[in-house]
Write a protein that binds this ligand. Structure first.
Ligand code: G
Ligand code: G
Ligand code: NA
Ligand code: MN
Length: 250
């Protein structure tokens, strides 16, 4: 298809970009790290969402090539940041089915010179389940060298609390669906409170996603949520704008 051909060309010509969105401490608004988000602005097709081209790349078997360039660019950007902030990078489900993923990630980090302790990988529950044994091996190999693993979009999809019993995660990212409803819907607030209590007991760090205003940030802070991410703190922006952001945000 036209889209597939355009995506191939974009990967080959290295024209898919990485943007960064801050993840902050809710206690003092300090920037702790950034999530890398792929951005593709095609000259003919215009802006294409990663929600479209990541699944297409998986389906057509070029997710490895795509992800390798994205991680390389993200790691290079992270090295230009003035402080040792963490870099959070999304892994797709196809990558968790491929036994070569851990060594290819570590090779990229080595080549770029990024300490594995600065990398976090965001994965969804569905991705872990799709090929459980391979996924567990990849996760264990990466954690053994200091890479941390975040459970993304927690509370959506095929969530099962049983997954948390396996202790394969370092962090949980509460899906923005709960955050956006928190101040209008009592159920969402109760769910967030329960997730925070559970994560504390399980020694998991927590990030609330999709914080869009001061009221949401203040509420989550009052509930004891340690970290936040969302348009209120900063939208995803390119590498140059990320450096400018870091000059004005501590
Ligand atoms: O930033 P945005 O809302 O456009 O992202 C849409 C979806 O694409 C999200 O689910 C996000 O996790 C995913 N995504 C963005 N960048 C990447 C990437 O580099 N790799 C993978 N696997 N998924 C990504
Ligand atoms: O699936 P994942 O959680 O990785 O997707 C993150 C997506 O959420 C990105 O596409 C990012 O652009 C988007 N996002 C980040 N912060 C906000 C926010 O405050 N509000 C909304 N609506 N989307 C956000
Ligand atoms: Na993510
Ligand atoms: Mn998420």
């Amino acid at each position: 298809t036209q889209l597939e051909q355009a995506l191939r060309n974009a990967i080959i010509s290295d024209s898919i970009d990485v943007h960064f969105q801050p993840i902050v401490s809710l206690a003092n608004n300090m920037v702790l790290g950034f999530e890398a988000l792929a951005r593709w602005n095609d000259p003919d097709l215009g802006f294409v969402s990663p929600a479209v081209f990541v699944p297409l790349a998986e389906e057509r078997g070029f997710i490895d090539a795509l992800s390798e360039t994205l991680l390389r660019k993200a790691a290079e950007a992270a090295l230009s940041w003035p402080r040792e902030l963490f870099l959070s990078f999304n892994l797709s489900s196809a990558q968790l089915m491929d036994p070569g993923t851990s060594s290819s990630i570590l090779a990229i980090l080595t080549r770029a010179g990024l300490d594995p302790h600065r990398l976090e990988l965001e994965i969804t529950e569905t991705a872990v389940m799709s090929s459980a044994e391979t996924a567990h091996r990849i996760i264990a190999d990466l954690r053994a060298v200091g890479v941390r693993i975040s459970l993304d979009d927690f509370g959506t999809g095929q969530s099962s609390l049983g997954r948390l019993r396996e202790f394969i995660f370092d962090k949980v990212k509460i899906d923005r669906a709960f955050v956006s409803r928190m101040n209008s819907d009592r159920a969402s607030e109760h769910i967030i409170k329960a997730v925070l209590a559970m994560c504390e007991g399980l020694d998991l760090r927590v990030v609330a996603e999709g914080i869009e205003d001061h009221a949401e940030a203040a509420k989550l802070k009052a509930l004891g949520c340690a970290m936040g991410q969302g348009y209120y703190f900063g939208k995803p922006v390119d590498g140059a704008a990320t450096l400018r952001y870091l000059q004005t945000h501590y």
